[in-house]
Each structure stands twice: as C-alpha cells, then as structure tokens.
Ligand binder design. Structure first.
Ligand SMILES: NC(=O)c1ccc[n+]([C@@H]2O[C@H](COP(=O)([O-])OP(=O)(O)OC[C@H]3O[C@@H](n4cnc5c(N)ncnc54)[C@H](O)[C@@H]3O)[C@@H](O)[C@H]2O)c1
Length: 249
C-alpha cells in the first residue's frame, strides 16, 4: 500500500452511506477530504464529525447536476487544499418501477444524478489532475447496469457510467489519470434501509453469498483503485456484489 498522506480527494454524495465511509477511510490515511452532498444539514454534520476526529476536511453543498455549482465546488476544493488527486463519483439515487409506471421526471432525475453528475464532476476535476500528470477517478456504478427488472432509468444510467468510465480511461490514460468503475451489489446503507421489506427479501434470495455487503466493502475497493500501486489498472468494472453479477435478472 502506497502512502496517501497529504493527497486531496473529493467524494460526491459523501454525507451518507458508502461515500461517507470512504471519506472517513481516506481521511484516516491522511487524505484531505472534500465532503459534497446536496443536503446541507448532512454536510454540516459530517464536517463536524470529521473535524472532531482531527481530519482535514472541507464541506461543499452542491447539486452535482448543476455545472456552475460543480465548477465552483472544484475551485473551492483547490483554493483550500492546493490540488486535487482523487475524485470519487459516488452520489446516486434511484427512481424504480415498471416501465408503464415511470414518468419522464423519474427518468430525467435518475439519469442526471447518476450519469450527468459524474460527467460534470469529471470534466471539472480532470484538468487539475492532467496538469500534474497523475490522478484517480473512481465511478460508483451498480451491478444493476447489467439489467434489472423495474430499474430502467437506474440500469440505463449506470450502464452509461460504465461507458463514461471506459471512454475517459482512453482519453486520460496517457496523462497519468486512471478511471475505473466499481459495481456494487446490495450494500447496507440508508438506500437499502429505505427499500420495502418485500423487495429486500426478494433481493436477498438471489444473493449467492446469502448476505448483503457493508459500506467498508466498497471503501476497500475504492482505496485499492486510488493507490499508487494501481497505476496500471484503468477502464475496468470491478464487481463488489457477493457474486450477484454471475447471473442476470
Ligand atoms: N446501497 C446499495 O446497495 C447500492 C448498490 C449499488 C450501487 N449503489 C450506488 O452507490 C452510490 C452510493 O449509494 P449509497 O447506498 O451510499 O446511497 P446514500 O443514499 O446513502 O448516499 C447517496 C448520497 O448522494 C446524495 N445525492 C443525491 N443526489 C445528489 C446530487 N444531485 N448532488 C449531490 N449529492 C447528491 C444524497 O443526498 C446522499 O447523501 C450510489 O451511486 C448508488 O447508486 C448503491
């Protein structure tokens, strides 16, 4: 494991769930972390918690679907910490339902947050990395990119994120920036807790390991990709899903 001390990471949607856990794990390794979320109270609370633990942290309330807000957030991060080494495009949400029940706004918001947000953040961040000849972008997709009944907008958005990952890896490879994608399966976060009991039981029945993962399982994978030792790995989709990617549906 390489030394991450002093590096700067921005994790979108990091006032909750696996983003927050990842920010915590990076901060424990001496990384300066930018906590982004659209919900101001959650950002304030996370920043307070992190400061109390002695972490070097900056809070940024911003909607990642808004290009102006994203530009301002990246600038604030670099103004405060001097550079940007790591971007984790983690913020996401899902509007689920059968095709006939989904609205245009369900489609738009799901595509905007999960896909357009990652595009805007990568676009705003990559210049800082390219300038130094090194950087790490990790996109959080989902096993659902393979397809999932009732998940048309989410599956489409996450499939788009895989395409974005592969494309940016090709564009940025010679500039020292790696771009990889993690495809989580069921992970115990607030998103999971919000699902109806019937859905949770049916999801669990399809798990080869018979259990869901923890936020630390995703943080472990992110820490692997941002390490200097992972510099020859780019454009990959890495499943952290307890084997659920082994079959469809
Ligand atoms: N939990 C799972 O089982 C699971 C499985 C596969 C993939 N994922 C993906 O992992 C990522 C993290 O999920 P989680 O379970 O930790 O969810 P979470 O709901 O706990 O955290 C996501 C955070 O993103 C924030 N967010 C939403 N829209 C935003 C926007 N426009 N701008 C900025 N922030 C915004 C939310 O406020 C929230 O705090 C998501 O991309 C999700 O799609 C989760």
């Amino acid at each position: 494991m390489a030394d991450l001390q002093g590096k700067v990471a921005l994790i979108t949607g990091s006032a909750s769930g696996m983003g927050k856990k990842t920010a915590q794990r990076l901060a424990e390794r001496g990384v300066k972390v930018v906590i982004n979320d659209i919900v101001a109270e959650k950002v304030e609370q996370t920043v307070e918690e992190f400061k109390a633990r002695g972490f070097d942290v900056l809070g940024q309330v911003a909607d990642i679907c808004n290009a102006t807000a994203v530009e301002a957030m990246m600038k604030a991060a670099v103004d405060k910490f001097g550079t940007l080494d790591i971007l984790v495009n983690n913020a996401g949400m899902e509007k689920a339902g059968a095709l006939r029940n989904l609205s245009e706004s369900d489609w738009n918001i799901t595509l905007n947050v999960n896909l357009k947000g990652a595009f805007l953040c990568s676009q705003a961040a990559h210049g800082y990395m390219v300038g130094k000849g090194q950087g790490r972008i990790v996109n959080i997709a989902s096993r659902a990119w393979l397809g999932g009944a009732g998940q048309a907008p989410y599956s489409s958005a996450k499939a788009g994120l895989v395409g974005l990952t592969r494309t940016l890896a090709l564009e940025l490879g010679r500039k020292g920036v790696t771009v990889n994608c993690i495809a989580p399966g069921l992970i115990h976060t607030p998103m999971w807790d919000e699902l109806p009991e019937k859905n949770r039981l049916s999801f669990l029945a399809k798990q080869p390991t018979g259990k869901i993962g923890a936020d630390d399982d995703i943080a472990n994978a992110i820490l692997f990709f941002v390490d200097d030792d992972a510099s020859f790995i780019t454009g990959q989709v890495f499943y952290v899903c307890g084997g659920r990617s082994l079959y469809a549906g």
